[in-house]
Design a protein around this ligand. Structure first.
Ligand code: GLU
Length: 370
């Protein structure tokens, strides 16, 4: 964990953001906001994953239906999400930090949705804006759409933006050998080398009625994130300056070190999923050199052939004219469209296709060299 941090995803749960699951705790939020502003000043890119919409909605002072089922949670989330965002916007404003809202269901985090979300979040970061993510509770109901809890969402978002570190902040110090609230002999675990069955058993069930996830979903999120090359810290959000300490690499909470690099995990995913599918883009020498030597994006102008049938957001292999595969990446256009614009200047895309997804066939942000 010693390499310098560049991009961090911070997840804050309902329990931290509210007074015991009721109305937003503005003082607590202000303190978290201050810390995030400080680490941004230090040069870190930050994405926030924030719960609290349902709790904010329940305490908004508007009449709402009684009951606890999914429809009620959805109504409360619809009422509470703008209140949550307004509070963040107000608290970040004195630091000159603009915030953006990004709401996800499961489908947005797959294939072309993945690419759209990734490009948007990376674009926001490049523009210096702070993305604040939550599940789109208003529409997510069925198993297929629902992510279910924001611990899992935070791991998906960390993957989406290639975060170096995911910090999951909660109301306890991290992982204990058993639940410290009902077991006095429970001891704190500062470092987890690998997430074994024993570690999962330590985590037990859900935390409180106000929040969905407990330690179990946090461990699951840590497993997902570390498997994709992101280090994870589960820390106590009520400890003074905890975000500053985490960003400085100090030992706080429970740390989970990923054993693989992000690049390797992307390459492995590519090898596993798409090598066999024959999704290929063959590029001319000028494009190959622009990609390899100058870190440019792949433009349609440099493409001389497209092989296979693929959709926007699929992984494609990028080959030189002599057949050497030298990169892979997430493609911005489906194969049929790419055949129409290959060899052409990007300024022609708008006239050749009904819809333009930008100048690049494969953006450099979404490319890995082999
Ligand atoms: N999306 C929910 C909210 O904003 C929270 C989900 C969770 O706590 O994991 O209230």
């Amino acid at each position: 964990m010693s390499s310098p941090l560049h991009r961090i995803v911070i997840k804050v749960g309902t329990i931290l953001l509210t007074h015991g699951g009721k109305e937003l705790n503005r003082e607590r939020m202000a303190d978290l906001v201050r810390q995030i502003a400080v680490i941004r000043e230090q040069g870190l890119q930050v994405v926030l994953v924030s719960s609290g919409a349902v709790a904010a909605g329940a305490n908004a002072g508007v009449p709402y239906p009684s009951g606890k089922g999914i429809p009620v949670r959805q109504i409360l989330a619809a009422i509470g999400q703008p209140l949550l965002m307004r509070t963040y916007a107000e608290l970040f404003a004195p630091y000159g930090v603009a915030v953006a809202q990004a709401l996800f269901t499961r489908t947005e985090l797959e294939r072309d949705g993945y690419l759209n979300a990734r490009n948007t979040l990376l674009g926001l970061l490049e523009a210096g804006v702070l993305p604040i993510c939550n599940e789109n509770d208003v529409v997510a109901v069925a198993e297929l759409q629902q992510i279910g809890d924001n611990d899992t969402l935070s791991a998906l978002v960390a993957n989406l933006v290639d975060a170096d570190l995911l910090a999951i902040l909660t109301d306890i110090k991290g992982l204990y050998t058993s639940d410290p609230r009902n077991n006095a002999s429970a001891t704190h675990v500062p470092v987890v080398e690998s997430i074994t069955r024993e570690v999962e058993n330590m985590a037990g069930g859900a935390g409180s009625s106000a929040s969905i996830g407990g330690m179990a979903t946090k461990i699951k999120a840590a497993r997902m994130a570390t498997a994709a090359g992101t280090n994870v810290v589960i820390g106590q959000g009520t400890v003074p300056d905890v975000i500053l300490a985490i960003a400085a690499g100090e030992q706080v909470g429970t740390r989970f070190a990923s054993k693989i690099s992000r690049t390797k995990s992307l390459r492995d995913a590519w090898m596993a999923s798409d090598l066999a599918r024959g999704h290929r883009i063959i590029v001319d020498a000028g494009a190959a050199s622009a990609l390899l030597k100058n870190g440019r994006s792949l433009l349609p102008a440099g493409i001389i052939a497209v092989e296979g049938t693929f959709s926007r957001g699929d992984t494609v292999e990028i080959r030189a004219a002599n057949g050497d595969a030298f990169a892979c990446g997430l493609v911005n256009y489906p194969s049929d469209d790419l055949r129409k614009i290959m060899g052409k200047n990007s300024s022609k895309i708008a006239t050749l296709l009904p819809e333009s997804f930008g100048d690049e066939a494969v953006h450099r942000n979404n490319m890995v060299f082999l």
